[in-house]
Design a protein around this ligand. Structure first.
Ligand SMILES: [Zn+2]
Length: 247
C-alpha cells in the first residue's frame, strides 16, 4: 500500500471533522468535558505503534507518553531540568488519578537494535547518549541471558534486549517518589508489555514464569455488565472499524 505524503495527511486531517457517516458524533462532543483515562501507556515513538488501534480503545481512554525506546529516566534529586516523561507521569497519577501504567516495548525496535548494533544507524550524538545512559543495562541483562544460549543470533539478543528494557524502565519508574507513594497507597499497578508489529501479538511479563507470555483476554461479560450504559462494545466497534478503514 503506498504511504500517504504530508499533503494527503493534511487533507485527511481537514476531512476528519467532515467525515460522514461517523460513529457517535455526540461522543466527541462529550470529550470537551474533560478526560478520565483508564491507563497510562508508555511506548516507543515508532510510527508502527498505534496505541488506540492495538488496544482497541477510544479517544480519552489512554494517556499516552512516548519517546524513542520507551525510556523512563530514573529519579535524580539533583537534576537541573526535569524530564518531560516524568512530568507527564506526575500529572497523570496526581491530577488524573490513573491507577494503571503500561510500559510497552515492541519488536523490530530501532532504538534497541542500535544498542545491540551501534553501526545500524548513523551517528546520533544525542540519541545514542540517551539510550546508553538509560538503557545500556538492558543490553547487559540480555547478554547475561544470551550467555546461557550462546548459539543465539543477534535477532535473539535484540528481542531479549527489548524485553529487558521494558523491565529496566519499570525499575526506573519505581524510583520516582510520586510512583512510590501511589504504589504504597495501593493505588497503582504496573504492567510490562511487548508488542509484535508483524503478528500483532501483545505479550505481558509473567512474574510467575519470569518471561513474556501472550496477553490473555480476561474480560468476562456478566449480567451486570450488560446493564451498564453505554455499551462499550457497541461504541467501540465503529470507531475501530473506521480506524481500520483509514489504514
Ligand atoms: Zn522502538
Amino acid at each position: 500500500m503506498p504511504k500517504k505524503g504530508i499533503q494527503e495527511i493534511q487533507a485527511s486531517a481537514a476531512e476528519f471533522s467532515q467525515r460522514k457517516p461517523y460513529p457517535d458524533i455526540g461522543f466527541f462532543q462529550s470529550l470537551t468535558k474533560g478526560q478520565d483515562p483508564s491507563a497510562i501507556l508508555i511506548c516507543c515513538s515508532d510510527s508502527r505503534i498505534v496505541p488506540n488501534l492495538i488496544t482497541e480503545s477510544r479517544p480519552g481512554e489512554l494517556f499516552v507518553i512516548r519517546n524513542a525506546g520507551n525510556i523512563i529516566p530514573s529519579f535524580n534529586p539533583h537534576t537541573i531540568m526535569p524530564d518531560s516523561m516524568i512530568a507527564s507521569i506526575e500529572y497523570a497519577i496526581t491530577v488524573l488519578e490513573i491507577q494503571e501504567i503500561i510500559v510497552c516495548g515492541h519488536s523490530n525496535c530501532g532504538a534497541m537494535t542500535s544498542l545491540v548494533n551501534p553501526d545500524s544507524i548513523p551517528s546520533l550524538p544525542v540519541a545514542s547518549k540517551w539510550l546508553k545512559y538509560y538503557a545500556a543495562e538492558a543490553l547487559e541483562n540480555a547478554k547475561k541471558k544470551h550467555h546461557d544460549h550462546p548459539d543465539g543470533s543477534d535477532e535473539l539478543l535484540i528481542k531479549s534486549t527489548i524485553e529487558k528494557n521494558v523491565l529496566l524502565q519499570i525499575e526506573h519508574l519505581k524510583t520516582h517518589p510520586v510512583v512510590q507513594e501511589a504504589i504504597a497507597a495501593g493505588k497503582l499497578k504496573i504492567h510490562a508489555w511487548v508488542y509484535d508489529v508483524g503478528t500483532r501479538v501483545m505479550q505481558e511479563y509473567s512474574e510467575e514464569k519470569e518471561q513474556f507470555v501472550p496477553l490473555k483476554n480476561d474480560k468476562v461479560n456478566t449480567a451486570s455488565d450488560d446493564l451498564k450504559e453505554p455499551s462499550r462494545d457497541e461504541t467501540m466497534t465503529p470507531f475501530n472499524l473506521t480506524l481500520c478503514q483509514i489504514l
